[in-house]
Ligand binder design. Structure first.
Ligand SMILES: [Fe+2]
Length: 246
């Protein structure tokens, strides 16, 4: 990938080009039209609450000020995806490591690693939602506790994948998207409702027994009955981790 001047440990807003602004606006407008009917209310309400819109790339400083007043979560700008230990330690401290660079106009639909549209449009709104933020924080504490056990991190990685990235949730009798990998993907946010995939009720043991391939679209998804279920599943999650490492 070409070197980006704003791949750094802080957001330098002066480095964004007109094309970057166009990429943000294009991705945002295209995706929000679809999400109005397919994303959960918690995400849509939080998106509005944190003030994200298509007219300008968000300023991390402003988002942090808002998040501080809601759940106390913060974004820490990083140039690229972080090692597990760094990522988990930040989550345990209610901080989400997020990139501040954007994909190019030529690769709107595919990127090999998370950019700002994924990290900020996909993940940030739910960081302002109390139940979800608490789960994220406790998930980070678990990750930090078992960071020296590769098997534990593998199992927790599956939880992360099938919830925070590709999770679906029941809402008023309908299945809606909340996972950031789905929220930020034009293709997979549609694919996850196609006839070729399976929707399985949320089951933490089943999730932790399911391997995934991060280079293709998923063929099955786990559907939460409600967000509280994430927090309620933490003791069982840790029990499974302990059984795996002992
Ligand atoms: Fe992500």
């Amino acid at each position: 990938m070409a070197w980006n001047p704003y791949r750094a440990f802080e957001q330098d807003y002066t480095k964004y080009t007109a094309q970057d602004q166009l990429v943000w606006a294009t991705l945002f407008e295209r995706q929000i039209k679809y999400l109005h009917n397919h994303a959960c209310d918690s995400y849509l309400n939080a998106l509005e609450h944190v003030g994200l819109h298509p007219h300008a790339i968000p300023r991390i400083h402003d988002l942090n000020a808002l998040l501080q007043k809601t759940t106390g979560f913060q974004l820490k700008v990083v140039p690229e995806i972080q090692p597990n230990a760094v990522f988990m330690e930040h989550l345990a401290n209610r901080t989400f490591t997020a990139t501040a660079w954007l994909r190019s106009l030529e690769s709107l639909d595919y990127i090999s690693e998370p950019d700002m549209f994924h990290d900020v449009f996909g993940h940030t709104p739910l960081l302002a939602e109390q139940t979800f933020a608490n789960f994220f924080h406790h998930f980070g504490l678990l990750g930090q506790k078992y960071i020296d056990h590769p098997i534990a991190i593998e199992l927790l990685g599956r939880v992360y994948w099938f919830t925070i990235e590709f999770g679906l949730v029941q809402e008023s009798g309908q299945t809606k998207i909340y996972g950031a990998g789905l929220i930020s993907s034009h293709g997979e946010s549609k694919h996850c409702f196609s006839n070729s995939v399976v929707h399985q009720p949320f089951d933490i043991a089943a999730i932790m027994a399911t391997e995934y391939n991060n280079t293709v679209m998923q063929n099955h998804y786990f559907v939460l009955p409600h967000f509280d279920k994430l927090l309620e599943s933490l003791p069982e999650m840790e029990k499974i981790v302990q059984m795996a490492i002992n």
